[in-house]
Write a protein that binds this ligand. Structure first.
Ligand code: BEZ
Length: 251
């Protein structure tokens, strides 16, 4: 695991443990309905799997991500990408659409994200995205918070995400100068291909790093707490994902 309190992404670990994230992104790409020649920004492009799908439609797509490793993986797919903080986008009226899958919940300053997306779009431009919504991975968050309390680990490391409700995000979009065409919360139980351990390694390494040499014990405790809710008799783990998906237009 990484020796840092910040989330660090590597395309290799992501590919092994979290390929389902882009595999399950087809519906939100369908909501985007990219057209040939459109200029589209993929905000939080990850390793570029969906950026490449959008590029294949003939759209002129560009990815941004905070991780240099992810940006290199996106570029390796032949797609333009830059390292950029999604909470400090620097584009001005350059895009017909901004797309995002499974990234916005990492950007806790949602007002700054929405302001940057608004600036990046042309008037009438679309903002189409999916992220974790209210109640997302609630059992995992609750278990990590309980373990954090028990072992003196900061709650912020157990739960670093922003999982808004429909009302909260619709309010933020409207206040940020968007008209919301559709916004829904979608419960989506999600099978974890490498189990809870693989998921935690990919998405919550900083919490376990803070546990130091007790990390393996904490992982065993997390599995024991969560198995009754998330593990089938066959051993398959399924997490309680809830997606927030929306389509909005810049006024
Ligand atoms: C999600 O896509 O909902 C998610 C991913 C990683 C951590 C938490 C949530």
């Amino acid at each position: 695991m990484e020796t840092t309190e910040a989330q660090v992404w590597t395309a290799k670990v992501y590919d092994a443990n979290a390929r389902f994230v882009s595999d399950l992104g087809a519906d939100v790409v369908a909501w985007l309905a990219p057209q040939a020649g459109e200029r589209i920004l993929d905000l939080g492009c990850g390793d570029g799997a969906l950026t490449a799908v959008i590029a294949a439609t003939g759209a002129e797509v560009m990815g941004v991500d905070g991780s240099a490793d992810f940006v290199a993986a996106t570029q390796a797919r032949g797609v333009r990408a830059e390292v950029m903080d999604g909470q400090a986008l620097t584009f001005d009226g350059m895009f017909d659409a901004v797309f995002s899958n499974a990234a916005l919940h990492w950007m806790t300053d949602a007002k700054a994200v929405i302001a940057g997306v608004h600036r990046a779009l042309t008037p009438g431009g679309r903002f189409v995205a999916e992220c974790g919504g209210h109640g997302n991975v609630a059992s995992i968050v609750t278990a990590l918070r309980a373990l954090g309390d028990r072992h003196g680990i900061d709650a912020a490391l157990a739960d670093p995400w922003f999982f808004p409700s429909v009302d909260e995000y619709e309010g933020l979009l409207t206040a940020g100068g968007f008209v919301v065409d559709e916004i829904v919360l979608i419960p989506r139980p999600t099978r974890l291909p490498t189990g809870l351990a693989g998921w935690l390694e990919t998405f919550r390494a900083p919490f376990f790093h803070a546990a130091g040499d007790k990390a393996d014990d904490l992982l065993a405790e997390a599995e024991a707490l969560l198995a009754p809710a998330l593990r089938e008799a066959s051993g398959v783990w399924t997490a309680d994902y809830v997606r927030l998906r929306f389509k909005a237009r810049r006024v």
